[in-house]
Design a protein around this ligand. Structure first.
Ligand SMILES: Cc1cc2nc3c(=O)[nH]c(=O)nc-3n(C[C@H](O)[C@H](O)[C@H](O)COP(=O)(O)O)c2cc1C
Length: 182
């Protein structure tokens, strides 16, 4: 590969990472099983503290379950219109490490989905919603349920808001320091 092609490929990859945006409205089309399998395989390879892999995943496709999950306390209302939900179940043994691991897992699921043209958004389940979600999905009480991810192909509304590129980001000048703070 020439140096120019190589640079372009690298730029394509970083631009892929830069352009991931939350998608919260979906076409009804199902996500094909081979796409789901690939997303799950990427998820499985996420790094975790001490390689404990303290996670399990529930795939939810049933409309009634998605609607019920969307209505528990939290910010996952977008599940109601998604053809697929992925609920992350963390072991509940080491809170700090697992919270970090959960973030990495979520991001990889979203990026793998995006690579297949599938949009996604995190939805957090909070307060009483966590017990309600455990009850709905028969998850043991000691496990942690906080993150649900809606997945599906972006609908027109999502495409339109994507073209506006979504919420802005702070300029680097506001967040990067050199050598020491300030
Ligand atoms: C830890 C975390 C929790 C989030 N929780 C929610 C949520 O509960 N509901 C939701 O619609 N979006 C949620 N989001 C998505 C953010 O709102 C979104 O990433 C942010 O506004 C930037 O928008 P963009 O990803 O489209 O660029 C969450 C994101 C993260 C990283």
């Amino acid at each position: 590969m020439s140096e120019i092609t190589d640079r372009r490929t690298t730029r394509d990859r970083t631009s892929f990472l830069r352009s991931l945006r939350a998608v919260r409205s979906f076409r009804p089309d199902p996500v094909p099983q081979e796409v789901i399998d690939d997303i799950l395989d990427v998820a499985r390879w996420s790094g975790s503290a001490s390689n404990r892999q303290p996670w399990e995943i529930i795939l939810v496709r049933e409309r009634d379950t998605l609607t019920s999950l969307a209505s528990v306390e939290g910010y996952a209302g977008h599940l109601a219109g998604a053809p697929l939900g992925i609920v992350l179940i963390m072991a509940g043994d080491r809170a700090e490490q697992e919270t970090y691991d959960e973030g990495r897992l979520s991001e990889r699921i979203m990026l793998a989905a995006y690579a297949h043209g599938v949009g996604s958004s995190i939805g957090w389940i909070v307060g009483q919603g966590r017990d309600a979600a455990k009850e709905l999905l028969s998850i043991p009480k000691h496990k942690v349920v906080r993150t649900a991810i809606s997945l599906g192909y972006p609908d027109e509304q999502a495409r339109r808001s994507r073209s506006g590129r979504g919420p802005a980001r702070k300029p680097l000048g506001e967040i990067v320091h050199h050598e020491r703070y300030g």
